[in-house]
Design a protein around this ligand. Structure first.
Ligand code: SF4
Length: 431
């Protein structure tokens, strides 16, 4: 039997929530971080950060585990130059790109990724990308986006990257109007293992699906008026808008986290594609029951534990829905960097009414609230974890929730484990 907390039909959860909006100092990674998971996904792409030594240090240390692998990212360091040297910077960039592509003929898609230093902001990277495209066409396509900490936080780098790719997607057949046979696209970077599971579940229902981003740049999915897309990640507002501007339609759904989220997410596709209820049941019953059983064990540990989310990845609201409804945790505060009401509508409706939701950050005030509330577990960025741990508060690094495969049935218990492990560790230390 499902352990999901039922929502009473007469409540709309947090649908009309008025969030606590804060616009102060924030503690969050910049959008360059997305390169760490994007470079693993698109196997013939290369991410060239046009930035400073700080940027190089960030992606090298965040991707430390990849240091011995043939890297698919690098940094063209262009700080320490004055404005008079800008013409040289373009030449320098052309030289670096030329050298890179000569050394690495396997690269088919090159991203020039912008960053914060003023020298980079003044560089017109889209012009640089156009120029590179002319030089290296047709072997390599060159695109640009910004991962700058001024314009993007953490997961927004992926949004900017995917949005930059949308105009290059092939158009679906010209006769594929909104009324012709629809085609499903899942949007957002998923670990390959998760992608394979989702594909297999959907295909068992008779629904063919494409994934964006694809594993190879040569396999970009087609888009057009017959495209229906499901978001696999909650931080893709610009990408969704870009797809809609090409005629695609968004299928509203909760995100595929936990048993409930995964079922509702698959159901949105099944409804759109006219899958019979018994076919849906047949395709999902076994993995759903396995996941429910595995979650029941985690629930014993997590039931009634009080959790506080700092705003980091935009995954916070779907995660809060999952830990509350499937694991019985109590939500103290759910912070999100941005609240996209439309993409979050199905999630907000499932949160208990009265949940304290905050948008943006004023880090000192939020830390004061957190310490005063004394939650059992805090999900936060690396920079806040140590000071909180020093005060006796158990923490979970938000970044792990982005790097780990957490979507879908088979990953539901692993996702719960990410919350229970720090609590178990704390108990052991206290014993
Ligand atoms: Fe730092 Fe900006 Fe570079 Fe990110 S893009 S590492 S915030 S300098």
């Amino acid at each position: 039997m499902s352990t999901v907390i039922p929502i009473r039909a007469e409540t709309a959860g947090c649908t009309d929530v008025v969030p606590l909006v804060e616009r102060g100092q924030r503690e969050v990674f910049c959008g360059l971080t997305g390169i760490i998971w994007l470079h693993r996904k698109i196997q013939d792409a290369f991410f060239l950060v046009v930035g400073s030594r700080t940027c190089a240090h960030l992606i090298q240390s965040a991707a430390g585990v990849m240091i011995f692998a043939e890297p698919r990212f690098g940094t063209a360091i262009i700080d320490e130059r004055d404005l008079a040297g800008l013409a040289d910077v373009h030449e320098e960039l052309d030289r670096v790109v030329g050298q890179l592509l000569a050394r690495r003929p396997d690269i088919r898609l090159l991203f020039l990724v912008g960053s914060c230093p003023s020298e980079v902001i003044k560089l017109d990277l889209s012009r640089a990308a156009e120029r590179q495209n002319r030089i290296h066409h047709p072997a390599v396509r060159v695109l640009n986006y910004s991962g700058s900490g001024i314009e993007t936080t953490f997961t927004q780098g992926e949004d900017a990257c995917l949005a930059a790719m949308v105009p290059t997607l092939p158009a679906s057949a010209p006769d594929a109007s909104a009324n012709s046979a629809p085609a499903l696209m899942v949007v957002g970077t998923l670990a390959d293992v998760v992608e394979d599971q989702m594909r297999s579940l959907l295909e068992r229902m008779g629904v063919q699906v494409s994934f964006f981003p694809p594993r190879h740049s040569q396999a970009m999915p087609a888009v057009g008026a017959n495209t229906r897309f499901l978001l696999a990640q909650p931080f893709l507002a610009d990408t969704a808008r870009a797809l809609q501007s090409r005629g695609a339609q968004h299928l509203a759904a909760p995100f595929p986290l936990g048993v409930e989220g995964t079922t509702a997410w698959l159901q949105a596709a099944a409804t759109e594609f006219g899958v019979a209820p018994e076919v849906f049941e047949q395709a999902t019953a076994a993995p759903r029951q396995r996941a429910e059983k595995a979650l029941a064990m985690q629930r014993e540990m997590l039931q009634d534990q009080r959790i506080f989310f700092f705003p980091d990845s935009q995954l916070e609201i779907p995660l809060a829905r999952f830990v509350h409804r499937e694991l019985g945790m109590q939500l103290v505060e759910v912070g999100t960097p941005y609240l996209h009401r439309q993409h979050m509508a199905a999630e907000l409706a499932l949160l208990p009414a009265g949940t304290r939701i905050s948008e943006g950050q004023d880090v000192e005030r939020q830390l004061d609230r957190c310490v005063a509330d004394a939650p059992d577990l805090v999900v936060c960025g690396l920079g806040l974890a140590n000071p909180l741990e020093a005060q006796g508060i158990t923490t979970k690094w938000a970044i792990e929730l982005v790097f780990t495969p957490i979507q879908g049935y088979e990953q539901a218990a692993d996702l719960a484990g990410l919350f229970s492990r720090p609590l178990k560790r704390r108990l052991k230390l206290a014993a």
